[in-house]
Write a protein that binds this ligand. Structure first.
Ligand code: 4NP
Length: 163
């Protein structure tokens, strides 16, 4: 039975968060935990609603074995705050945007920054690769693999617990 639900959030939901979703789904599958952990992703802006991830991100991710098929959607404060256990944002702007949607200030403990789960990258944010070249996409995937590994260990340890 699904016990932990993770939502990755970025700005457009076409680069960083769908890549994080694909990487995390792969880690969960490798560890045979699909029965217990589910993943999704969302954006804070609606411009790319319904679109597949950015072609550049899809091709860089596919080279590493991740097939990204998510369709962009906007974060829905009415549903997502309650439904998900971990809301994992990519940068400071995402964090501010999501925190500001939590009008009653009751969901702060569910909101995390991806970089806080990284052990190999000492950085302040997962950079937005949208206006960057190939190296930017590769760098983002490196960061997300690092973060997903740390996040998976945390979530796995909390299976069966309330948080
Ligand atoms: P993401 O990247 O937040 O990682 O999905 C972006 C995608 C689209 C835009 C900005 C960032 N945009 O301005 O359309």
């Amino acid at each position: 039975m699904i016990n932990k639900k993770i939502l990755f959030v970025c700005l457009g939901n076409i680069c960083r968060s769908p890549a994080a979703e694909g990487i995390m789904a792969s880690v969960i599958k490798k560890n045979e935990m699909e029965e217990f952990i589910m993943v999704d992703s969302a954006g804070t802006i609606p411009y790319h609603r319904g679109e597949l991830p950015d072609q550049r991100m899809r091709s860089h991710a596919l080279k590493r074995g991740y097939s990204l098929t998510h369709r962009s959607r906007m974060f829905d404060p009415e549903k997502d705050f309650d439904f998900f256990d971990y809301i994992v944002v990519m940068d400071g702007q995402n964090y501010t945007d999501i925190i500001s949607l939590d009008k009653r200030k009751v969901y702060k403990d569910k909101i995390f920054k991806m970089i806080d789960f990284c052990s190999e990258h000492r950085i302040k944010a997962v950079p937005d690769p949208y206006y960057l070249g190939s190296e930017g996409f590769e760098e983002v995937l490196d960061i997300l693999e690092d973060g997903c590994s740390g996040l998976f260990n945390k979530v796995k340890d909390n299976i069966g617990l309330r948080t």
